[in-house]
Design a protein around this ligand. Sequence first.
Ligand code: 4GO
Length: 246
Amino acid sequence: MWIGVVTPMPQLVTAGLVEGVVGRATEADLLDVELFNVRDHATDRYGSIDDRPFGGAPGMLMMAEPLAMCTDEALRKSPVANPVTVYLSPQGEKLTQGLVGELAEVEAMILISGRYEGVDERYIQEYVDREISVGDYVLSGGELPALILIDAVGRLIEGTLGNEKSAKDDSFGDNLLEGPQFTRPREWRGKTVPSVLTSGDHAEIAGWRHEQALLRTWQRRPDLLTDRRFNSAERAWLERHVNKTR
Ligand code: 4GO
């Protein structure tokens, strides 16, 4: 997958691309992230990319033209004619694992990271296919959200994880939270690992994990269960456990 990032702060994005799953995917040519500096497309001799908002408001906005010229450069470099263009902002559609999965299927995308108080709306109208938010909070720039999106999508690209099953096996794969997990030692500060996990019975373990995922989701994120249909075993199990835990 090719990802172009349009930003006035490319160094900030670079920092997040070298380590971990995304770094290895880049190393293995499964992922190609190319940075485009909006500053290189300033239209005046001072290198300005921002200006004051019409109507008066605190702060500055990114001007449409430098962003447009920078995005045009990214569009020319894209390996496909119509990469999906994404503007990261708190006004966008909320990023979910479902949306991540959808984006992981595209061949190329351009992520646009704004600074200051945002960008001229006419640029969004002309260039942006999707406006996406990584959560209900405000950041000083769209670079960290772009990295979040790259990380989430990157780990779904075929061949990225050492164990490619693990991305799909994650509880979020079926819209449930992950249950508790344990590693060595078997006993730590007097606390032991649930015996089922050391039983060697793989069907039993899978069943236990599913129950734990359901229970945790019910307790912490009941909103994730509203559209879910439970079989009678799941329902009985949840009702038995929801009152006795916590
Ligand atoms: C995205 C961008 C938050 C998000 C941002 C988010 N803050 N929740 N800040 O995805 C325009 C200028 C938006 C700063 C940017």
